[in-house]
Design a protein around this ligand. Sequence first.
Ligand SMILES: Nc1ncnc2c1ncn2[C@@H]1O[C@H](COP(=O)(O)OP(=O)(O)OP(=O)(O)O)[C@@H](O)[C@H]1O
Ligand SMILES: [Mg+2]
Length: 171
Amino acid sequence: MSQEASPQSLFKAFIDLTFAPSLRLVPVVREFVTKFYEKVFADQDGLARLEVTAHELLENAVKNSTDGATRLKIDYDPVRWILTIRTLNYPTADNLDVLQQNIHDLQASSDADAYYQMVLARSVKAAEGSGLGLARVWAEAGFTIRTEMEGVGGVWVIAESRIRGRAEVAS
Ligand SMILES: Nc1ncnc2c1ncn2[C@@H]1O[C@H](COP(=O)(O)OP(=O)(O)OP(=O)(O)O)[C@@H](O)[C@H]1O
Ligand SMILES: [Mg+2]
């Protein structure tokens, strides 16, 4: 198989789906996403990083959904080799504050591994939730993380990383 880019390969391979939140469904959606992008990426490491990120973001979107629905959008830009994973949910104001604070801390820290170790140490003392998901996405999977607000009270969590593509996307 050729790894050269062909005109047919230069389209965005995307997924856009909405499902009702149940933690039991998260692995099902994650497996679907992984199978889908197996056909798109040549990069096995990228695929593993996508799997971790999709899992953590979906789990968060489901756990922090107040209205019964979670949306997942993923697209891959084969020209820039940029994968973007987005989840949308409508959280409580408190959860939104915690999310924004965590992302602020993560972006403000210059060393991903040191940040992960700090969150790990904090999680040992925490009563509930390890609080490690976003730190894992950032430090282990190597994705950037940001948020965008949607309508009244909705939040997109957006993770992005460069992943090498496969030429034969169209086949
Ligand atoms: N999509 C989201 N909507 C609203 N709040 C969120 C969202 N994602 C994360 N948060 C908030 O940010 C906190 C940190 O998320 P993170 O994934 O790092 O840890 P966690 O979900 O608490 O634990 P773990 O992922 O280790 O099981 C969450 O506890 C929650 O308060
Ligand atoms: Mg989490």
